[in-house]
Structure formats: structure tokens, C-alpha cells
Design a protein around this ligand. Structure first.
Ligand code: FMN
Length: 363
């Protein structure tokens, strides 16, 4: 089975092609957004993955959008993440940090009562998760050009902190309706300066961040995530500009020598089927355009993942919910064993239950 064979993604040497997708689990300390020893145990349980992509990790207080999610701007957070990376490495695993800025997908309660920031003052009209009972998003404040430079600097610092914390690389979370996606989409980016308008301009912020990340970390340890067919989600819709925009991003990223492009297939294929400009198979569109290795993701089981590898559509396969429920996913794939079912009620619930207590085959 190709899934179980080693592969090289840039400088990352994976022992198998079964990747753990980034999964927010809301188990971190909410006072300082600091990773906890419990998180180290959770990731260590899953170190059999060829590569772990960490849960979304906030680059600055300004980037916060949810409670109990980890950050990577303070020394205490770096020390917390060091527990995680040491535990994963001790079990022979590899782990990269997913760098995250929520932009307008946030609430004033995370910003001392002020609105969150975004490319333009456009409310995503979305329900978030709130500890204070006001989950509806508000109209964000548009970032000035100096503000944008400061966000780029936050990603540079986050990358340096990720290295200090022992991560093997970083993944830029440039998808799912968050800040980079808000710049890419003309639905949320109404700017008339050099960060808005043409494809090149809407991609400028992303490439400024990539340049800044590359000043700190070799780019063959850096990947990014695109989920172009996540439709009607987080306040952004697929439109006829989505594929041309993201194609521009991928073609321009080719010259960077990146470790990987992480692509998610449509999670709601029926919703996408009737949408003009939508792709039914994201990998089939991007594979011939991209020169970097591809990680595929989204609604795949063992055999569907294997089929995508065999068809040459991807170099590795990321699984999300399967890793939540199966800390020994690779062993189960190897044995053809059944998988535990994930318990959605405990995805973001806090505590050990549904986090550390999924049984392994040998348990
Ligand atoms: C509980 C949960 C948390 C998630 N958190 C993140 C995240 O932090 N960053 C991200 O890019 N995607 C996140 N995702 C999306 C997953 O990475 C993945 O794309 C999705 O689960 C589809 O893959 P699957 O069908 O194998 O589960 C999350 C998904 C779930 C179910």
C-alpha cells in the first residue's frame, strides 16, 4: 500500500504518507492561550502519522477568534509547544505548526470590545462560538497598510517561535474563510490600494508573509492550505473567480520551493455541484499546475486515499476526523482493521474525554 511507504515533502522526511490534518480541539489554557501537558499526550499518541499538522495556532492576540485555542506569540506558549514537539519527536514523529489569523471571523470579546480586523469593513454575518453569549460577527475594521506590515511581522515572529518550540516546519492557514482567504476573495476584499483588485494585488499579503516566513525558516519546511470548494462557509462563497484566483496563488507559489500544498476536496459535493465555477476534483485541477508536493484531504477513507495516491493526484493524504478517533490510525490501515467513530460532542468540549481516551487496537 502506497499510503504506508515513506515520502519526502521538501525537507520533511515522512515515514509514511498518512498525515494528521490540522484539528482545533480547544484544550488549551484560556488565560494565556498556552498549550498544556494534556495536548502533548494527545499529539504523542498520534506520532505514528507520517506528519502531524498542528491545530490552528494564533500568531498574535489580534488574530484570535475562539476560546481555548493555542497561540505562538509568547515565551510561555513556546514553552508549552516545546512539551508537544518533544513528546512527538520522542515517539519518532514529525510535527509542523499551522499558523493562523482569524481576521474578521472573530468577536469583540477577544479584542477588549473592539471589532476584529480584516482587509475591508465587510461583516461575514456568521455565528461564532462565544463564552459571553453574543456569537454574531460584527463589521470588522479595515487594516491600514501599516497594519498589514505589522501582521506580516507577526507571522515572522510566529515562525521564529515555531522554530524555537522545536517544530519541523509551518503550514500557513490560507483558507477556510480566515484572514488570507479574506484577502483572496473579492467578496471580502474591497480594497482599492495595492492589496485589492487584481489577482496579483489580492495575493500580495500572502506572498509578503511567505517572504517573511522564508527569512526565518527554509521554505522547503513551509506549506500552505487551500480549500477552494468550501462553499457557503464562514461568510464566503465559491464564485467564478475562486478557481482563477487560487490558480494564480499556486502558480506564483511554485517558484518558492515549498514543502507542500495542502488541498481539501469538496466536503459537501452536492452543494458544489450546482455552483458555477466550482471544481468537483480540486486535486485534478491543481496537480498539473503545482510543482510542489501535494497533500490531499477531505472525506477520504483508507482506500479512497490510496486511490488518489495511485492516480498520482497527491503525494500524501491528510485525515482529520479519523485521527481524532484513532490514535493508531496507521496500524489500523496496515491491518485493515475497523476504525473507531469520532464523537462530535467532544470535539471542542475540553477535558480528557474524547481526547485522550479513544482505544487503540492493542488496548
Ligand atoms: C474538530 C475539527 C477541527 C478542525 N480544525 C481545523 C483547524 O484548526 N485548521 C484547519 O485548517 N482545518 C481544521 N479542520 C478541518 C480538517 O483539517 C479537515 O479538513 C476536515 O476534517 C476534513 O477532513 P476529514 O474528512 O478527513 O475529517 C477541522 C475539522 C474538525 C472536524
Amino acid at each position: 500500500m502506497k499510503l504506508l511507504t515513506p515520502v519526502r515533502l521538501g525537507a520533511l522526511e515522512l515515514k509514511n504518507r498518512v498525515v494528521m490534518a490540522p484539528l482545533t480541539r480547544c484544550r488549551c489554557d484560556n488565560a494565556g492561550y498556552v498549550p498544556t501537558p494534556m495536548m502533548a499526550e494527545y499529539y504523542a499518541q498520534r506520532a505514528g502519522a507520517g506528519l502531524i499538522i498542528s491545530e490552528g495556532t494564533i500568531v498574535s492576540p489580534q488574530g484570535r477568534g475562539y476560546p481555548f485555542t493555542p497561540g505562538i506569540w509568547s515565551d510561555a506558549q513556546v514553552a508549552g509547544w516545546r512539551l508537544v514537539t518533544d513528546a512527538v519527536h520522542a515517539r519518532g514523529g514529525l510535527i509542523v505548526c499551522q499558523l493562523w489569523h482569524c481576521g474578521r471571523l472573530s468577536l469583540p470579546e477577544f479584542h477588549d470590545g473592539q471589532p476584529p480586523v480584516a482587509p475591508s469593513a465587510v461583516n461575514p454575518e456568521w455565528d461564532m462560538f462565544s463564552l459571553t453569549g453574543q456569537p454574531r460577527t460584527v463589521t470588522p475594521t479595515a487594516l491600514s497598510r501599516d497594519d498589514i506590515k505589522a501582521v506580516v511581522a507577526d507571522f515572522r515572529r510566529a515562525t521564529a517561535n515555531a522554530m524555537a518550540a522545536g517544530f519541523d516546519g509551518v503550514e500557513i492557514h490560507s483558507s477556510n474563510g480566515y484572514l488570507f482567504h479574506q484577502f483572496f476573495s473579492a467578496q471580502s476584499n474591497l480594497r482599492t490600494d495595492e492589496y485589492g483588485g487584481s489577482h496579483e494585488n489580492r495575493a500580495r499579503f500572502f506572498f509578503e508573509v511567505l517572504d517573511a516566513v522564508g527569512e526565518i525558516m527554509p521554505l522547503n519546511r513551509v506549506g500552505f492550505r487551500l480549500n477552494p470548494m468550501l462553499n457557503r462557509f464562514h461568510g464566503l462563497n465559491v464564485d467564478t473567480d475562486t478557481v482563477p484566483m487560487w490558480t494564480h496563488v499556486v502558480e506564483r507559489a511554485n517558484s518558492y520551493g515549498l514543502a507542500f500544498l495542502h488541498l481539501t476536496e469538496p466536503l459537501h459535493p452536492k452543494q458544489v455541484a450546482d455552483t458555477p465555477g466550482a471544481l468537483r476534483d480540486v486535486g485534478a485541477h491543481f496537480r498539473p499546475l503545482a510543482t510542489m508536493p501535494i497533500i490531499t484531504n477531505g472525506g477520504l477513507d483508507r482506500d479512497k486515499g490510496e486511490a488518489r495516491l495511485q492516480a498520482g493526484l497527491a503525494d500524501a493524504v491528510a485525515y482529520g476526523q479519523a485521527w481524532i478517533a484513532n490514535p493508531d490510525l496507521v496500524e489500523r490501515f496496515a491491518a485493515g482493521a475497523p476504525l473507531n467513530a469520532p464523537d462530535r460532542d467532544t470535539f471542542y468540549a475540553g477535558g480528557k474525554h474524547g481526547y485522550l481516551d479513544y482505544p487503540t487496537l492493542s488496548a
